[in-house]
Design a protein around this ligand. Structure first.
Ligand code: SF4
Length: 353
């Protein structure tokens, strides 16, 4: 079954190199904007969300839109939504070709609760479940950037729990998600070394790096002075690429391309390739609003207005206008992991250049 699902996502990705898709295969879905962090790079924690999608609404959406092969759950802190298992289950039961579920966590929720819910999620038959443990520095630095004393130690403890859990669930994967900003520039190597002191098995391969970006609609951080120095980012990503052990497989290959293109992006300030937003992927916020990505405040519509049928929005005038803007290169410059992977696999020629 895993093989056929892998072939399914591979075919969608391959097809997206030659033609516009008639439906997306990846959804990034913020299941709540609630967050107990106090990050200095992101203001989501200041949002006071009301009227977020209910589990009944998510079920209706998942049932009507049964073609997702990759579901990325995000937040806020996803584990603050007590329906998280039911939400994943709704997608897993409807989208029979679902191959991968990805999800970040700030490691601040009760770890007993997280592990218990993860066990249920891991038992749903999804071939790959990948968790990103947010980690922006060593003990002192991470706790300062995240605004929560003791957060670094909770991330370490969560990593130990997940490492144990991997012995039981072969479909579980996890990495540390390091967001580079002005606040931690130049500190990646030291962070990897300090993590290794806590977790002797950890290597550079366990780190996924992003650069902190601005999005008023999503992060609520428009105008914040968080951008890391371009040369520093290029140097640190270069260091990470050198330290990474060669790994075989599609995901390490795409991750390597993502990192190399990240250097291009910070050096030129331009996106390395045209995105596949509103073609291969979309962003659904916790109120049901559909956007091309987390980085672009262009609303396509709301699933509540179309009886939860995404395809009724897929070809509306707003969506077509956004696609035209992307073709004309008018999309805001960004290179986030949420968008980059499907962009890379949908632009193979540009990716290997
Ligand atoms: S970066 Fe993540 S953990 Fe920090 S405030 Fe934003 S959503 Fe919360």
């Amino acid at each position: 079954m895993n093989g056929s699902r892998l072939i399914g996502i591979g075919l969608s990705a391959a097809k997206s190199n030659f033609t516009e898709l008639d439906r997306p295969y990846k959804i990034t879905f913020s299941i709540t904007y609630r967050c107990q962090s106090r990050c200095l790079t992101c203001n989501i924690w200041e949002k006071k969300p009301v009227n977020e999608l209910t589990i009944e609404e998510v079920r209706a959406f998942a049932k009507k839109n049964d073609y997702f092969k990759w579901v990325e759950i995000t937040g806020g802190e996803p584990f603050l939504n007590s329906d998280i298992v039911e939400i994943v289950k709704a997608f897993a039961e409807s989208s029979k070709g679902l191959f991968i579920l990805t999800m970040p966590t700030n490691s601040l929720c009760s770890q007993e609760m997280v592990v218990q819910k993860l066990r249920q999620i891991l038992s749903l038959g999804i071939p790959k479940v990948s968790i990103t443990l947010s980690l922006d520095g060593n003990r002192q630095l991470h706790d300062k950037i995240r605004g929560i004393p003791g957060n670094f130690d909770k991330v370490m403890s969560m990593a130990r729990r997940l490492k144990e859990l991997q012995k039981e669930y072969r479909n579980l994967f996890f990495v540390f998600g390091y967001t580079m900003s002005r606040l931690n520039q130049g500190r990646l190597e030291e962070t990897i070394a300090d993590v290794k002191k806590e977790l002797p098995w950890a290597t550079a391969n366990n780190f996924h790096v992003n650069v902190g970006q601005l999005s008023g609609m999503y992060y609520g951080n428009e105008g914040m002075d968080i951008a890391a120095d371009r040369e520093m980012v290029a140097k640190e990503v270069g260091m990470l690429l050198k330290k990474r052990r060669a790994e075989i497989g599609m995901i390490p290959l795409i991750e390597g391309i993502f990192l190399r293109k990240l250097v291009d992006y910070v050096t030129t300030g331009k996106p390395p390739m045209k995105s596949r937003s509103l073609d291969a992927s979309l962003f659904l916020d916790s109120y049901g609003n559909v956007f091309p990505s987390i980085m672009w405040d262009k609303k396509v519509g709301n699933i509540r207005d179309v009886d939860y049928d995404l395809l009724k929005l897929w070809s509306n005038s707003e969506a077509n206008e956004i696609r035209k803007s992307i073709k004309e290169g008018k999309e805001p410059a960004s290179w986030t992991a949420c968008e980059a992977y499907q962009t890379i696999v949908g632009n193979i020629k540009g990716a290997v250049r």
